[in-house]
Design a protein around this ligand. Structure first.
Ligand code: FAD
Ligand code: NAD
Length: 467
């Protein structure tokens, strides 16, 4: 095999692409990884999951110290936040992980090509680098080019005042008034960050409720709790335009037939992301996209082109890092001749606010929409000993089971550490467990996780610690 010929070439070094490359190399495939940006890790590591979670963690500590620590007898005078230090720490977190990923990839013997990868057909990928172009050939090619921010035609990004999450994770000053368009994951997470730092945050959501991918019971509770924290939330709100005068944005909104106006110094537009195929040569090579611009794939990640696969945000399904990673590992297994699949019914979904919101499988609303008869069980964190000891009693766990078989269909959690707690629901569902299985599992005491057991018990009306 010549130097530039590979068994497996991956275009895009995000969580989907770098995991595919590592798995491919582990399975003995001669592997190449093509990345156009200077760093591996993609959206998730560089401008997404990791920097946002670093900011959420730091600001949660600040919020706790400012608002709750006194209740624990912690006396703290002259508290302030140094924004530059906060951002420096976030950068350090990102850079540590960047180094880790590069080292993992290099030590697996994967050849990294820096540049824009373009499909030329017949297994050839052209790599347009900063100074020169080169070509590689591979029997199997995986496209993992991810996604980019969706924009609204009447709210053009200017990189300064009307911005994407890329800029909103790196403001150098705390905005006085921040308007966030979109009450989904990014809007709620970054809205929380800047609200904790002192911005007056207004979230404008088009749908009747924020966090619309969760059960309505959960998202309505979330809305109440976030409002209590000081964020202003307008649902059913349609942004109709924005004007700028003397560096102040005047945002026009229509709600229930009324015209409202909000003023802001910054505006974050977080209305979703779109698949990224720019520069890939999709059209020229005849790669099929669907009506939403996603690369069409079959159940084995095959595109319409022989030997070309696609995974992650650039294909159908939730735009989540762990979904991309799982698909990356699966596609490498398939290319290596093994069997593999991704269980798309059991992909957890988390919003890392305080409290956190997490779900897996079906919510009650969705199950009912599908005509499935369900039984549900709930347990409020206010009745959980550990939550009371920690002062984190806001929230609940809800378990949804098929009425007849008791099979677990979904778990929804709003509360402290929901992101960690949901893993138990995922595991039970992965093994086709029932609500009774969950209810009979021993959970350590006192832990928040006992709320899962109690919610599962309550599916059969048998919760011990609630009525
Ligand atoms: P990406 O991570 O987008 O990676 C694609 C890579 O391909 C990029 O590095 C890009 O430079 C490269 N590329 C593109 N085109 C080419 C080309 N032609 N040639 C070479 N390279 C190319 N998800 C979660 O699960 N949890 C979270 O907490 C979370 N938080 C987020 C917070 C924010 C602010 C944002 C924006 C996203 C967040 N996400 C989160 C979503 C997550 O980042 C994505 O789902 C994930 O990164 C998708 O992985 P991917 O590998 O498919 O694509
Ligand atoms: P999203 O799809 O999560 O939320 C977008 C929200 O904007 C929705 O509630 C939608 O109804 C609303 N919206 C759409 N058009 C609107 C309009 N014109 N006016 C007002 N509201 C409007 O998208 P996002 O928050 O931009 O995040 C992008 C992607 O990144 C998502 O797929 C998300 O899963 C992923 N992400 C995940 C996490 C996480 O897992 N914690 C965090 C951030 C981002």
């Amino acid at each position: 095999m010549s130097e530039n010929t590979f068994d497996f070439a991956v275009i895009g070094g995000g969580p989907g692409g770098y995991v595919a490359a590592i798995k491919g190399a582990q399975l003995g495939l001669k592997t190449a990884l093509v990345e156009k940006s200077a760093h591996l890790g993609g959206t998730c590591l560089n401008v997404g999951c990791i920097p946002s979670k670093a900011l959420l963690h730091s600001t949660e500590l600040y919020q706790f110290t400012a608002k709750e620590s006194q209740l624990h007898g912690i006396e703290c005078k002259g508290l302030s936040m140094n924004l530059a230090t906060l951002m420096k720490r976030k950068e350090a977190v990102v850079s540590r992980l960047r180094m880790g990923i590069r080292s993992l990839v290099e030590k697996r013997g994967i050849t990294i090509f820096a540049g824009l990868g373009r499909l030329l057909g017949d297994g050839v990928v052209e790599i347009e680098g900063a100074s020169e172009s080169s070509r590689i050939k591979a029997e199997n090619i995986v496209v993992a080019t991810g996604s980019s921010t969706a924009s609204l035609p009447f709210l053009p990004f200017d990189g300064d005042q009307i911005v994407t999450s890329d800029e909103a994770i790196a403001f150098t000053e705390v905005p006085e008034n921040l308007v966030v368009v979109g009450g989904g994951a990014i809007g709620l997470e970054l809205g929380s960050v800047w609200s904790r730092l002192g911005s007056a945050v207004t979230i404008l959501e088009f749908l009747p409720r924020i966090a619309p991918t969760f059960d309505s019971e959960i998202s309505r509770l979330a809305e109440r709790l976030f409002k209590r924290q000081g964020m202003k939330i307008e649902t059913g709100a349609r942004v109709t335009g924005v004007e700028k005068a003397d560096s102040i944005l005047r945002v026009a909104v229509e709600k229930k037939g009324k015209e409202l106006t909000y003023t802001a110094d910054k505006m974050l537009v977080a209305v979703g992301r779109v698949p990224h195929t720019e520069g890939l040569g999709a059209k020229e090579v005849g790669l099929l996209l669907d009506d939403q611009g996603r690369i069409e794939i079959d159940s084995n990640f095959h595109t319409n082109l022989p030997g070309v696969y696609a995974i992650g945000d650039v294909v159908k399904g939730p735009m989540l890092a762990h979904k991309a990673e799982e698909e990356g590992a699966a596609v490498a297994e398939l290319v290596a001749g093994n069997s593999a699949c991704v269980n798309t019914n059991v992909i957890p979904n988390v919003v890392y606010t305080e409290p956190e919101i997490a779900s897996v499988g079906l919510g009650e609303d969705e199950a009912k929409q599908r005509g499935i008869a369900v039984r549900t069980g709930r347990f409020p964190l206010a009745a959980n000993g550990r939550a009371i000891a920690a002062g984190s009693t806001d929230g609940l766990v809800k378990v949804v089971a098929e009425a007849q078989s008791d099979r677990l269909l979904g778990v929804q959690i709003i509360g402290k550490s929901a992101s960690e707690l949901i893993a138990a629901g995922v595991a039970h569902m992965e093994y086709c467990g029932s609500a009774e299985d969950m209810a009979r599992t021993i959970h350590a005491h006192p832990t928040l996780s006992e709320s899962l057991k109690e919610a599962a018990l309550s599916v059969a009306g048998a919760s011990i610690h609630s009525l």
